[in-house]
Design a protein around this ligand. Structure first.
Ligand SMILES: CC(=O)SCCNC(=O)CCNC(=O)[C@H](O)C(C)(C)COP(=O)(O)OP(=O)(O)OC[C@H]1O[C@@H](n2cnc3c(N)ncnc32)[C@H](O)[C@@H]1OP(=O)(O)O
Ligand SMILES: CC(C)C(=O)C(=O)O
Ligand SMILES: [Mg+2]
Length: 508
């Protein structure tokens, strides 16, 4: 039968130790209910001695959450254990998790205790916890920097005292994967009572190796992994739950273990935890980051359009995301662009598609991401385009609250280059006067409107103008991330139409 690895979630205890996070009982309960849906095996709900608020939160979770084991943390002291036991009383499946540090550094400087004193405190703590609940977990804090002989003795005595789970923490994220695997294997071989307890690991991410260390431990035979949603936790955090679970899933061929997590709840859980804690998820975060299932590069997009598994090792649906995304930007290619147009309902002939793609690339050079609204604007703008008799090659404008606005333009009118300058009551007025002069067209602006087509600082601005020429109204549109440029394009577009109306335009 395939071995099962239990997922012990410590988002509400170690995760809450993330600098800047403080959760009230209501928030903790909401997260705990989602963890229940995620189907974690154990929820470490808090550290009841820490505060009345945490006591109440653990109690509320113990009362309301059914299914997972509810654990409460306690130092190896009577008062901590009594408080944890009290908070866990209503739990269907309570666990007291007691711990004491075992490394020379911690014993000497922090606890000021000898090895024998630590051993005695650990045994007493496990026994006291056992007087309240059947399920007792014992952790040797800073195990990875502890003396191996002492560690074996400590775990052995903890199991004899009644510990049902022994946890091996890499408290300060110091171990390397090979070292950590050696530590776990040595303990498995040298603690005679090890078969009577579940073996667990608890890894921190100070050197970015928490997930790798936890997965190495799985290969050594551990049956519980402690982790936190979004990798929250003290300092650089704990091993990320979603990364461990998806590694076990995606590489089941390699790890060959089962787990109980409903992976389709991963995305929702991650979002909820991020919203409630206020800790944003970095976009390139594995599994749950905004980019985890997004493809920007044309070659990748082409591959994914042909067959998703070319660049996706797990499906977005498997974590509860509706779909992957093809982000249109400067690295995108024709395949992805054409596909997006199709989704938006545009079927363009090849030459139109090529032109639209060229404009898309121009825009993508200026803008980080080209949105659907941008694309619609490009296609619609192109659809109503007459051949260009007037082309604005360049323009310059200078303005200020104490200076008259001045503008100059260089225009190509049917192959002839004309330069003109003008002043105006504002930059747009000055530019439009310069354009009228350069094109030698006597027309009048009757309406000007500007709107943002898309969102963000680099949004496309769309300018629409109405120009009166000999009593006839001509509409012009301009689109650019620069609103002055959009204004010039709109006016030139309207003037171009006046030329074609008079028969002065030439086909290009
Ligand atoms: C590796 C981990 O993540 S361990 C969990 C860490 N989490 C937390 O600390 C969050 C909650 N903590 C708290 O609210 C507080 O620290 C409390 C309530 C637990 C204790 O507060 P205080 O009594 O004010 O003590 P303080 O935090 O300043 O110092 C810790 C004390 O616990 C002792 N201690 C630390 N770990 C243990 C342990 N596992 N078993 C017994 N005693 C311990 C220290 O030696 C120190 O003792 P001293 O007061 O006699 O010097
Ligand atoms: C309480 C223990 C398990 C802990 O959080 C650690 O050692 O990091
Ligand atoms: Mg920890």
């Amino acid at each position: 039968m395939t071995r099962k690895v239990e997922i012990f979630d410590t988002t509400l205890r170690d995760g809450e130790q993330t600098p800047g996070i403080s959760l009230n009982a209501k928030e903790k309960l909401e997260i705990a209910k989602q963890l229940e849906k995620l189907s974690v095996d154990v929820i470490e709900a808090g550290f009841p001695i820490a505060s009345n608020g945490d006591f109440n939160a653990v109690k509320a979770i113990a009362e309301e959450v059914r299914g997972p084991i509810i654990a409460g943390l306690a130092r190896a002291t009577s008062k901590d254990i009594d408080r944890a036991a009290e908070a866990l009383k209503p739990a269907e499946r309570p666990r007291i998790h007691t711990f004491i540090a075992s490394s020379p550094i911690h014993m000497k400087y922090k606890l000021k205790m000898t090895e024998d004193e630590v051993l005695e405190a650990a045994v007493a703590a496990v026994k006291r916890a056992k007087s309240y609940v059947e399920d007792v977990e014992f952790s040797a804090e800073d195990a990875s920097r502890s003396d191996i002989e002492f560690l074996c003795r400590l775990y052995s005595e903890a199991i004899k005292a009644g510990a049902t789970v022994i946890n091996i923490p890499d408290t300060v994220g110091y171990a390397t994967p090979r070292e950590f695997a050696n530590l776990v294997t040595t303990l498995m071989e040298r603690v005679p009572e090890i078969d009577k307890a579940k073996v667990s690991v608890h890894c921190h991410d100070d050197l970015g190796m928490a997930v790798a260390n936890s997965l190495e431990a799985v290969l050594c035979g551990v049956t519980q992994i402690e982790c936190a949603v979004n990798g929250l936790g003290e300092r650089a955090g704990n091993a990320a739950l979603e990364e461990i679970v998806m590694a076990l899933n995606t590489r089941k061929d390699f790890y060959k273990v089962e787990h109980s997590i409903n992976t389709r709840q991963i995305y929702r859980t991650s979002k909820l935890v991020s919203t409630i804690t206020g800790i944003a998820i970095q976009p390139n975060k594995a599994v749950v980051g905004a980019n985890a299932f997004a493809h920007e590069a044309g070659i990748h997009q082409h591959g994914v359009l042909a067959e998703k598994s070319t660049y996706e090792i797990m499906t977005p649906e498997s974590i509860g995301l509706a779909t992957n995304t093809l982000v249109l930007g400067k690295h995108s290619g024709r395949h992805a662009f054409a596909e997006r147009l199709k989704e938006l309902g545009y079927e363009l002939p090849q030459d139109e598609l090529d032109k639209a793609f060229e404009r898309f690339k121009e825009l993508a050079d200026k803008k980080k991401e080209v949105t659907d609204l941008d694309i619609e604007a490009i296609v619609e703008d192109q659809a109503v385009k007459l051949p260009q008799s007037i082309e604005v090659e360049c323009f310059q404008v200078s303005t200020g609250n104490k200076a008259m606005a001045t503008a100059s333009v260089r225009v190509n009118i049917n192959g002839e280059i004309v330069e003109e300058a003008a002043t105006g009551s504002g930059p747009i007025d000055a530019l439009y006067r310069a354009l009228e002069r350069a094109c030698n067209i006597d027309c009048k602006l009757v309406d000007y409107s500007i709107k943002s087509v898309t969102g963000g600082k680099d949004a496309l601005g769309e300018v629409t103008v109405k120009v009166d020429k000999d009593g006839k109204i001509f509409l012009g549109r301009g689109l650019s991330t620069d609103i002055i440029e959009a204004s010039v394009m709109a006016y030139a577009n309207a003037m171009n139409k006046t030329l074609w109306n008079n028969g002065n335009g030439k086909s290009s």
